[in-house]
Design a protein around this ligand. Sequence first.
Ligand code: TIU
Length: 221
Amino acid sequence: MILSLTAEPADVPFDPATTALVIIDMQRDFLEPGGFGESLGNDVSLLQAAVGPIRSVLAAARTAGLLIVHTREGHKPDLSDARPAKLERGAPTARIGAPGPMGRILVRGEPGHGIVPALAPARGEVVIDKPGKGAFYATDLGAVLAARGIATLLVCGVTTEVCVHTTIREGNDRGYRCIALSDGCASYFPEFHRVGLAMIAAQGGIFGWVSSCGAVVEALA
Ligand code: TIU
């Protein structure tokens, strides 16, 4: 059944049977004090705005039977999948792999690496562990989507201009219709959030569309 989703720059048709909800990196390391986000000097409370809208679209997607994919950014405990260029970047108060109040920063299996309880994956939902910013890089996301015949990605999570943007750009080049859900995304920089979304919808939707969690809930109702 083809539904229509209210979006910019134009409404977009989608079939729930070939659509996935992709929730990017809603992890304690980015949303809670003491994790990677705060180590970079950010006010992590800014990301809370995305939790409620994602909860509502996640509930609707579960009811409608969409494929649901959660991603987590992080590295193996030996950091063998973390490039020096990433590890050495910037001047954080605690580097990737360093101990913190939620365990080692951005390391798989540590408390900080986990998805926030409000958005915990349900049994059977796909969880993709990714070492990079994009969800396709060095993961089996492409294979998972191909196996399910997925054509459209509804993308939300954090942060708008980093991992959400990179994933949408990767997905667009792989032939997926990528739709950012504006209120389900958030950034440590409100201006980057606003402009990041505008960049997607500009030029006739140069690499995607922008819709909202509410619009998806309405379309699926
Ligand atoms: N720092 C920042 O804005 N984002 C990241 O490092 N990763 C994600 O966006 N998930």
